[in-house]
Design a protein around this ligand. Sequence first.
Ligand code: ZN
Ligand code: ZN
Length: 564
Amino acid sequence: MKNVLLLIVAFVLVTSCSTLSRKRDQQPDTSTQQTPLNSSKAEQDGPKLVVGIVVDQMRYDYLSRFYNRYSEDGFKRLIKEGYQLTNNHYNFVPTYTAPGHASIYTGTSPMNHGIIGNNWYDKFDDKVIYNADDNQVTGVGTESDEGKMSPRRMLTTTITDQLELQTQGQAKVIGISIKDRGAILPAGHAADAAYWFEGSDQGNFISSTFYMEQLPQWVTDFNASKKADAYLKTWNTLYPLETYTASGSDLNDFEKAPRGKETAVFPYDLKKLRGENGNYSLIKATPYGNSIVADFAIEALKKEEMGKDAITDFLAVSFSSTDYIGHQYGVNSVEIEDTYLRLDRDIARFLKALDQEVGKGNYTVFLTADHGAVNNPAYLQSRNINAGYFDRSDFREKLNKALVEKFSSDELISNISNDQIFFNKANVMKNKINPIDLENFIASIILDYKHIDKVFTRNALVSGTMPDGTGKLIQNGFHHKRSGDVIYVLEPAVISYSKTGSTHGSSQSYDTHVPLLFYGNGIKQGSSSKRTEIIDIAPTISSLLKISFPNGATGNPISEVLRK
Ligand code: ZN
Ligand code: ZN
């Protein structure tokens, strides 16, 4: 009996460790032969694989600004052979990475999926939390806290979850990114795996026990090959520097050089710089961070045999280096132009691998971004455009002073973050202050503060429906339980940030307007300037796959792009 029990335990252990390969073995291995794009059989069967590509911090105009320099096989292939939506926007604030990725895949906004920031003040625990941190899990492939991650804080299902539910878990769903949140939120709760990159002294792709007990052999092998070392080489421009006419001059006042380098100009000797810039973490802020993600995604495609049987699989890939580079060098930098020219090549390489492994016409791709970015405000000022910098600590000081004068208490505010003011409810009650009076008082006085453009109170956001404009975006980003009590909006191109580089997070079009491309199986060829919203992507893919929408979806399918 004992032996039988041991055998059962051993069997359970073996099978649970090899979940990824077992799922595949159950499925008949149909052919991988190439099928023409418009083949009616392939169209009828639907895609064998859906590939979601998110480019972190990709503004809409990066497609047009660098268009002439893109190859025929990358972005242009998706645009020319697929369907382009040129007026696609985020429908909420704040436009950050975690809310962006969550909204793409859940088909709804933070008001429903609950991912209200990358980090936010958790009023129930009285501490600032990170969207994906999870103490109930541990890292896989790492000992550090960087592995303690899961999508548990995302309240609604993703398109990837729905695919798992529809197929009784037989679909293979994998998320990949440099950033943990870029892999975890898209992969959803029921995924087979999410992998992200650990920098510092590791240079490996890792996961967490939320998904698996140990890394598959191919991931261990990939890490052992130390590709990251090969990429820590010299970053020079792909073409002669003088041909980069879609950007400003390489040397200017608006960029931040890596530590150990005096100016932010090419070339960057990464081997020399890695010591002072977080070792393997340095790769994140170079185009090679995207290249290693493409390498890893192609390896996943092959080793996990994705898109090779009758059950649709889903590969969610997020390219994050574009964001790190944007933050450091800014929207108008040669570094950004070069990064996109190189990403174009990585995407071309990825599409070619999809052709080879899954077959042209057998897979569907969408490409979008998690938010845009503002032009560096100091640069805009140099061009006479209104822009500026918001001093958060000065604001907090002045607000506290006003509250002491009015209510004789300096303990009414718990936290100010993501342009939200969180009340200390216990102290508000203790001082017998009506929270609505406090909201209204703060709203009236902070409008006088420099660079604050608009203010919304909790009471207004929960008791009515904002018709349109900024108010609607604020409301869509406002989660009744998790969000703060007073929300302020800064003037256009005003940020709380360093004077170098770019950032994002606002309701302005430079942050909300992002690319949206669909390509491949079930997708028409064409383009439209009809306004679409980021929450429409998941319902569109649901319709293509004929599966349920994510459970909180508020978007609509973009029927123009679908063949039937
Ligand atoms: Zn981002
Ligand atoms: Zn960013």
